[in-house]
Every structure is written in structure tokens, then in C-alpha cells.
Design a protein around this ligand. Structure first.
Ligand code: SF4
Length: 453
């Protein structure tokens, strides 16, 4: 095999869906002869894949762009390429603001990464940066190059089943960055999942802005019925092997009895539902343009727990939305205390340019939104502490995801805690990608300590 022509260093920002795009780009680059550098400081090209979901994400993106430009100024890399949601949204402004960046790639151009990276390497400083982002909504869908490159390690993978979003939540810029909901073909998804399992992946995390809408844009099946997420999950179930299927980010009103039934009957389903409520005050939910989901939001925890005994629930809530009075917030706080989610993330509202919520009156000051965010998290810490205690002494199945680190079925990657494995006297540590039985011995914050059995 010939020596790689160039090296590329990857900087991954934002959510798992964005990380999948970076994997697709990395796959194209490696397929074209680039080698992955262990750290950006040792690469010819630094590729920063950005997020633009909220202000904090944009600040992080700016910091990483500046860091990459600094590496170039010090002669540690030769070219900087910036991709992702931030570029899709503000590409032209960014190209002016950061003249040292050699190339900009929008989310509809990620398959152009090889030619862009090569051109970036030979760009003369006086020349304008290369820009590959089209105005308007992205329309394309990308299949990972085969063999797919995985940046999540041996044990687990993300399977992105759709792009874009069909909802129009008033606070969210995603539909204007990522475009309409577009489902990938089921046959391609099954092929990708088969390849993942064949290479040792033991947890497939099914992701999209809302996986529950899978198939909404696909042609109807014979008989006129629409293809659904359950059709896809049943096809994934038919793949031979011992692995979990975990579905993340499900819009409350789209969670059907069929989906919950799948979770009860599938040999692979992780009994885990990530259902972002965002709020529980009906007036705020309506203002958020989630009014059609009020009932499904309010009864989500009860309904899912009744249908799937032993299920783990995660949610997200937003504090400080315009019109959130103290009374509305008190309702949210009291509801999350009662609903007792296993995992919960709270975020203070950030007005996003171009969204309906950015124009709304009655926004509580940021300090108040942050104080409410902290109050929700502090309530959740107490809920978690009580739940976590019940795990101690219990035996569970766990997947080893890194040396000495595993996750239980109740722990999703990146967002929940992990389980640290103790060394067994005179026995080797379980290998990455193995399922093991463990006994939980202690709780450390949101993590567990456990003894492999
Ligand atoms: S469901 Fe709502 S919050 Fe989630 S990506 Fe779609 S528009 Fe944004």
C-alpha cells in the first residue's frame, strides 16, 4: 500500500448527527489517501465540523476556528477547512471574518471534501477562500462511503436514518439550517447496520432530528400504508448477532403504541426513550409551536412507563422561553420533580436569528433563565441521587465501550453517565465490544462503579 499523501486532523463539534457527517467526510478523505492524524496539531489539514444550534455552540465553533488558524500561523498545519451547521447558516459572513480559513463547506457539500481539502492545501494566502455552500435549504442526503469509517470506536455506532426536520418549534433554527425531513432508504440503512454488526459493533444508536417520523417522505408501501420507524426497526431486528438498538430523540406526540410494543418484543431494543418535553406549561408549549403535543407531553412519562416496564427515560427542558412567568416555571419544576426522569438536561433559552421565538415579547432576562435552568438541574440531581442508590448491589448487563469503561442499557452514549469497571483479581479486564455482567458497587455523580462478574 502506498504511503498516505496527506494527514487530516478532525475537530468534532455539536451533536451526534453532526458527528455522523464528520464520519462521512473522514471516510471520503481516507478513501482518497488521506491519513487521520491523532490530534489536529499533527495534521496537514485541520477539518473543523461546527454546530450553530445556540450561541454557546457558535462561541465554541469560533474558538476552534481560531485555534486551527493559530496552528496554521505557527506552521503546524498547512490548511484549515471549516464545515457544518455554522457554515451553512453564516458562511459568507464567516469567510469575511476569518480570512485565514482556506475553505468553507456547507452541509449539502460534504461529499466535496476531498477536492476542497486538496485545493485548500495549495491555496495561496492572497487568494480568496474556497466556498462551497449554496443559499437556501439543503436538500441532499449522504450515504457513508463503504467501508464506513467510524469515529465512535469499536463498540457502538450512530445510524443516522434521516436528515432535516418536519417540525417547526418556534425556538429552533434546525429546520432552516438542515432543511426538510428526508429519510434514507431502508435497504441502505439495513446494509449499513449489517456491516456495523459484522465489524463488531454491539450498539446501534438510531438518530435523526425525530426518528419517529422515519418514512414520512418515502413512497407508500403496497396497500397504501406509510413506511414507519417500526418497519425499519423490525428489519434491523432481523440482523443476526447480539447487539442493542437504541433510538434517541423522539418527539412526544409521534411515539406510537407500535413503537412501544417494538421495545417490549424486540430481542435487541434498549428499553430507553429519549423524549424531549421542552416544557410542561400548556401555554408555553403552544407558544413554542408544540401545541399539538401538549397532551402527549404531559402524559409522556406515565404512558411510556405503563407500556414498557423498566424503561429508562431521558428528557430535555428549556427555561426562560418568552412568556415563561414564575407560575409557568413553577409548574415545569414541579412536573419534572413528579415525573422523575432518569436523565434530564436543562437549557436556558437563547433567541435564534430567524426563528419565531426571537421576535416574541415577554422574554425573562437571561440571568433568570439561567437561574431556572440551575433550579431544574438541582431538582434533577436529587431525583437521580435517589434513583442511583437503588442500582447499588444490583447486577446488570453492560457493554464495554473503552478500556475499563462500560455502559448499562440505561446509559446512552455521550449524554448519560458511564460505568467504571474495577479490576478483577487475577482475571483480565473485559475487552472493548464485549457484553459483561456487572455488579454496581458505588455511585460517583452521574456515573457508576462496578465489579465485572
Ligand atoms: S423537533 Fe423541534 S426542536 Fe427538534 S430539531 Fe425539529 S424543530 Fe428543532
Amino acid at each position: 500500500m502506498s504511503a498516505p499523501s496527506h494527514t487530516v486532523g478532525l475537530v468534532s463539534l455539536g451533536c451526534a448527527k453532526n458527528a455522523v457527517d464528520l464520519q462521512v467526510m473522514a471516510g471520503h478523505l481516507v478513501g482518497a489517501g488521506f491519513a487521520l492524524a491523532p490530534v489536529p496539531d499533527e495534521a496537514d489539514v485541520v477539518l473543523v465540523n461546527t454546530c450553530a444550534f445556540i450561541e454557546q455552540a457558535r462561541e465554541e465553533a469560533v474558538a476552534e476556528i481560531l485555534r486551527a488558524c493559530e496552528l496554521k500561523a505557527r506552521g503546524l498545519c498547512r490548511a484549515v477547512v471549516v464545515a457544518g451547521c455554522f457554515v451553512q447558516r453564516y458562511g459568507a459572513e464567516l469567510a469575511e471574518r476569518f480570512p485565514d480559513v482556506d475553505a468553507w463547506l456547507g452541509v449539502d457539500s460534504i461529499d466535496r471534501v476531498v477536492s476542497i481539502a486538496k485545493k485548500a492545501l495549495s491555496r495561496k494566502p492572497a487568494k480568496a477562500a474556497l466556498c462551497s455552500f449554496a443559499p437556501g435549504l439543503p436538500k441532499r442526503l449522504f450515504e457513508p462511503p463503504v467501508p464506513a469509517l467510524r469515529l465512535t470506536g469499536q463498540a457502538f455506532a450512530y445510524l443516522k436514518i434521516a436528515e432535516g426536520c418536519a417540525h417547526r418549534c418556534a425556538y429552533c433554527a434546525i429546520p432552516s439550517i438542515r432543511g426538510r425531513y428526508r429519510s434514507r432508504r431502508m435497504s441502505a440503512l439495513v446494509r449499513e447496520a449489517e456491516a456495523l454488526v459484522a465489524t463488531g459493533v454491539r450498539e446501534i444508536n438510531v438518530i435523526a432530528q425525530d426518528p419517529m417520523l422515519y418514512g414520512v417522505d418515502l413512497p407508500a408501501r403496497r396497500g397504501g400504508a406509510r413506511t414507519t420507524i417500526v418497519d425499519l426497526l423490525r428489519r434491523l431486528d432481523a440482523i443476526e448477532g447480539d447487539f442493542w438498538i437504541r433510538v434517541l430523540y423522539s418527539y412526544p406526540s409521534e411515539i406510537t403504541p407500535d413503537f412501544l410494543e417494538w421495545m417490549n418484543t424486540s430481542p435487541h431494543a434498549a428499553k430507553y426513550v429519549d423524549v424531549p418535553l421542552q416544557h410542561t406549561d400548556p401555554r408555553i408549549l403552544k407558544a413554542m409551536a408544540r401545541g399539538s403535543a401538549v397532551e402527549a407531553t404531559l402524559n409522556a412519562a406515565e404512558r411510556i412507563r405503563a407500556a414498557v416496564p423498566g424503561v429508562t427515560l431521558r428528557t430535555t427542558v428549556l427555561t426562560g422561553f418568552p412568556g415563561e412567568t414564575q407560575e409557568a416555571f413553577d409548574k415545569l419544576l414541579s412536573d419534572v420533580k413528579c415525573m422523575k426522569f432518569d436523565h434530564l438536561g436543562a437549557f436556558a433559552f437563547s433567541p435564534e436569528e430567524g426563528t419565531a421565538a426571537a421576535e416574541m415579547d415577554g422574554r425573562p432576562p437571561l440571568a433568570v433563565a439561567r437561574k431556572r435552568e440551575r433550579a431544574v438541574m438541582s431538582a434533577q440531581r436529587r431525583v437521580w441521587a435517589a434513583k442511583a442508590k437503588t442500582f447499588v448491589g444490583g447486577e446488570f448487563r453492560a457493554l464495554v465501550v473503552a478500556p475499563g469503561v462500560a455502559r448499562l442499557e440505561s446509559q446512552a452514549p455521550d449524554v448519560d453517565g458511564v460505568t467504571y469497571l474495577a479490576k478483577r483479581p487475577r482475571r483480565p479486564m473485559p475487552k472493548v465490544g464485549e457484553f459483561v455482567r456487572v455488579r454496581i458497587t458505588a455511585v460517583q455523580g452521574y456515573d457508576f462503579e462496578a465489579m465485572p462478574l
